[in-house]
Write a protein that binds this ligand. Structure first.
Ligand code: IMP
Ligand code: MG
Length: 176
């Protein structure tokens, strides 16, 4: 491993957790009146998690993606997001599950949820691999999450640091 990284969660642990999350989501939506679930991955951080999680789902799904960017300097989250790529599906009256890599301040998802709720979905829930509650700046809570993580900068399995490390099969902390 790169000298500037410290292992946080191994490939095996991630695999087990994603399987467990898939079971929970299947079970949860099996009890709903579901035509199909629209699963929306938030690019780019969620793409690897989304690909693995989708293969655990046994309920009918439609997979879609959205790309958003924060307004202003990226180091200071304002919570305002700009849609760079919108979903292709009409979500009116549909059950929707948003897939994120990590919920940090929660501001991005808070704002994005507001935009999506305006399109009248039947339901809108949030699934994130990582949850960093110590940094929360709004009351947002994910409906499904994989791991609680400490207040450190995390990379790998889709998450990047200045464009690097997304391809790593494990999760690691960037050493200060
Ligand atoms: P929030 O609006 O502060 O919740 O921002 C969440 C977004 O910031 C995530 O989707 C990530 O793209 C990015 N982010 C937050 N914390 C980390 C981290 O520890 N590693 C990599 N990206 C992060
Ligand atoms: Mg992101």
């Amino acid at each position: 491993m790169d000298d500037s990284l410290a292992l946080l969660i191994s490939e095996t642990e991630i695999k087990q957790k994603v399987e467990e999350m898939g079971r929970k989501i299947n079970h949860f939506y099996a009890g709903q009146d579901l035509d199909k679930l629209v699963v929306i991955g938030i690019l780019r951080g969620s793409f690897i998690f989304m690909a693995d999680l989708a293969r655990q789902l046994t309920i009918p799904v439609e997979l879609d993606f959205m790309d958003v960017s924060s307004y202003g300097r990226s180091s200071v989250t304002t919570g305002m997001v700009r849609i760079l790529k919108d979903i292709s599906e009409d979500i009116t009256n549909k059950h929707v599950l948003l897939i994120e890599d990590i919920v940090d301040s929660g501001l991005t998802l808070k704002y994005l949820s507001k935009i999506l709720w305006a399109r009248s979905p039947r339901s809108l829930r949030i699934c994130t691999l990582l949850n960093k509650p110590s940094r929360r700046r709004t009351e947002l809570e994910p409906d499904f999450y994989g791991f609680m993580v400490p207040d450190e900068f995390i990379v790998g399995y889709g998450l990047d640091y200045a464009g690097k490390y997304r391809e790593l099969p494990y999760l690691a902390i960037v050493k200060p």
